[in-house]
Design a protein around this ligand. Structure first.
Ligand code: HH2
Length: 288
């Protein structure tokens, strides 16, 4: 893994605290729901369904109508379970080009799920509000300077090349976050632009993914909002064997546990069901 080279003086963060799309969403007092839109042939749960631009735009619109607060669009499968084809930047752009300009008109912030700074820069130019980097600023050395320059919110996700059942995954995630936060600070990214995500299913065994949700509260020590994306992931099937599109019950259980343990944002495929579950959980809490 190529670590970003961040030698040099620490520039000042370039934007005012509380001035970005993320701060506005987090100030609402309920966890924002991020709806997933994969414009890919090979995503693990919905690959091929939204490659056609009209289908992608219709699905995005449906998710906003169901209550999505953010749309997370990706054109390269990250395939937490291996097997995705790496996609050159030009291919990623080609899949996104006719869809992104329509998504940014839908009235909710759009985030771009990419590990390439060039794609992130191009998407920000088109009006995308948030960058979702599944390698936490540690894959493309140009990513952190870009985020700092644009003042964009960034999701810093933990990742590993391969799972190692022998490690303490929570300690590994902490160490990764510390490296990412150092890179961010040196580049001049404002703290209130950063969200941390333990990366459920990425380089983790099923037990380790569940430990990250169970012990999510420990990640609060960094003092930053936490995002959890457990939607339809394989650890659910390790407990209750099921194909990805029949893991809604497990996804809801995981996201409710995550919110209970401190998640500020959840990233999901099944927006309507998640919004309903979060509303009911909040109403029960209010009735306490
Ligand atoms: N999970 C996936 C992709 N991007 N980003 C963040 N921040 N957190 C996640 O947990 C996360 C993510 C994998 O899910 P999906 O997008 O459905 O699959 P694929 O990467 O195969 O397209």
């Amino acid at each position: 893994m190529a670590l970003a080279n961040t030698i040099g003086d620490r520039p000042k963060a370039r934007q005012k605290p509380g001035s970005n799309a993320l701060s506005t969403l987090l100030a609402r007092g309920r966890p924002p729901v991020m709806g997933v839109l994969n414009i890919t042939p090979d995503s693990f749960s919905d690959g091929g369904r939204f490659l056609d631009p009209p289908a992608a735009i219709a699905h995005a619109r449906a998710m906003t109508q169901q209550g999505a607060d953010i749309l997370d669009v990706g054109a390269e499968s990250t395939r937490p379970y291996g097997g995705a084809m790496p996609l050159p930047a030009e291919g990623e752009k080609a899949r996104l080009a006719s869809v992104l300009p329509e998504l940014v008109k839908l009235g909710v912030p759009v985030s771009i799920d990419t590990m390439k700074a060039g794609i992130a820069a191009w998407a920000l130019d088109l009006g995308v509000a948030i960058v979702n980097d599944v390698w936490g600023l540690q894959r493309d050395a140009a990513m952190a300077p870009l985020i700092a320059e644009r003042g964009a919110p960034v999701i810093v996700m933990h990742n590993r090349e391969a799972a190692d059942p022998a490690i303490d995954i929570v300690a590994d995630v902490h160490a990764f976050f510390e490296r990412s936060l150092e890179i961010a600070a040196r580049a001049g990214i404002a703290r209130d632009c950063i969200v941390l995500d333990p990366g459920i299913g990425f380089g983790k065994t099923a037990e380790q993914s569940m430990a990250c949700i169970a012990r999510l509260g420990e990640f609060k020590r960094h003092g930053l909002p936490l995002l959890v994306g457990a939607s339809r992931k394989r650890f659910i099937s390790a407990v209750a064997p099921s194909p990805p599109d029949q893991r809604i019950g497990g996804s809801l259980a995981a996201h409710l546990a995550a919110v209970e343990n401190g998640a500020a944002i959840v990233r999901v495929h099944d927006v309507a069901e998640t919004v309903q579950a979060l509303r009911v959980a909040a109403a029960i809490e209010a009735a306490r």
